[in-house]
Design a protein around this ligand. Structure first.
Ligand code: SAH
Length: 345
């Protein structure tokens, strides 16, 4: 069944009208659910209405299954859905607010060689409500509710490829930014993609105002297709062109992610080539990430991060090294989920 959390406020109002309920019930229900409560935990609704709803919809779709807190305050959450599947989220605390990283799929089918998320392939897509539930649960865990927002920023950088689950992801973005929900500004939301060119163009037409982040990880087609199979379908130059179109259409600065892998993409020659490949008349920034080593993948992190950054900066390219957080709690995408799946089997 569909979870009740998939519904937007208008749909909730229509549902109440169908049940012959006054429209303020839609507000009560929506506020309860978006505070992270299950239907049964919402106290101002009758038992009869709750039963009617639960005959037609699944309840709030997830629970916090585990939480680990790192020495630096970063928290890793494991969420469990009604069908028993689990995904991870990471909460990062900054001076300006709290950023939550959420998952969009159980597993992933992109199979990037450095990433732990697709070690077991794609299990299934998450619905909009299931993506949303991760934010609402952590907001509640931090003592917040629908009117007291504890999460200020969201990044779609957990497991899964957001643009491979396009409709649910866009519906999620509309839900979380809606006035009746947490009302998180699209400007505070980043969507990270491995580069599905046609979907990047489609996204640019939605007029959402989110930040687009591209997992580039290579200075050219040859290296990219070695570490990211998706590059065989969507070529390097076509991706860069799509990124430029996205900027032209939205005016939003685009961010490139570049994980530095020893001996693969981290030489100074690679930095020069990268600068040449992405240059152009648009606004962008490069986040350099020392690879988070995933044992099963056998790749090593780079020791050249700062030299690589300086080289780019000298060539006039805006780039910074992202500090790593939560390394002591299996911080990289999919790492903790895999550990739990192994431990439980
Ligand atoms: N599928 C999306 C979002 C999920 S991954 C995407 O590809 O962008 C979020 C980011 O973490 C991506 O940039 C991804 O390439 C990167 N990443 C995955 N595994 C990593 C690792 N072991 N070390 C560093 N970054 C990693």
């Amino acid at each position: 069944m569909q979870t009740i959390l998939d519904l937007n406020f208008e749909q909730m109002k229509d549902l109440m009208a169908n049940f012959n309920e006054p429209s303020f019930r839609a507000t009560q229900l929506f506020q309860g659910l978006h505070s992270g409560k299950t239907i049964n935990e919402i106290s101002n609704i009758s038992k009869k209405l709750k039963d009617e709803i639960l005959l037609n919809f699944d309840d709030f779709p997830a629970k916090i299954y585990k939480m680990l807190e790192s020495k630096d305050g970063t928290r890793k959450y494991v969420f469990k859905f009604l069908d028993g599947n689990i995904v991870e989220g990471v909460l990062m605390k900054y001076k300006y607010g709290n950023t939550l990283c959420v998952s969009t799929q159980v597993g992933c089918r992109m199979n990037c060689f450095f990433c732990a998320s697709s070690l077991n392939g794609l299990i299934r897509n998450l619905s909009a409500g299931e993506i949303l539930s991760q934010v609402l649960l952590v907001n509640k865990d931090l003592g917040g509710n629908v009117k007291d927002r504890k999460i200020t920023n969201i990044v779609l950088m957990g497991s899964g490829e957001p643009l491979d689950n396009y409709t649910s992801v866009v519906n999620f973005l509309k839900l979380i930014s809606s006035e009746q929900s947490l009302n998180i500004s699209m400007r505070n939301i980043s969507l990270s993609t491995c580069g599905l060119v046609d979907k990047i163009d489609k996204l640019s037409r939605e007029n959402l105002g989110i930040t687009l982040t591209i997992s580039l990880h290579a200075p050219n087609q040859q290296i990219r297709e070695k570490i990211m199979p998706v590059a065989k379908t969507y070529k390097y130059d076509d991706l860069i062109k799509a990124v430029k179109r996205y900027f032209e259409k939205t005016g939003r600065r685009v961010v490139y992610e570049y994980a530095l892998i020893s001996g693969v993409n981290d030489s100074l020659k690679n930095a020069e080539e990268l600068a040449r490949s992405i240059k152009g008349d648009y606004s962008y920034h490069i986040n350099l990430i020392p690879l988070n080593e995933v044992k099963e993948r056998g790749l090593k992190t780079s020791k050249n991060a700062y030299q690589f950054m300086e080289k780019l900066n000298k060539l006039g390219v805006s780039a910074t090294v992202r500090r790593t957080m939560g390394e002591d709690i299996e911080g990289a995408c999919g790492q903790l989920r895999n550990k739990i799946l192994k431990d439980e089997n």
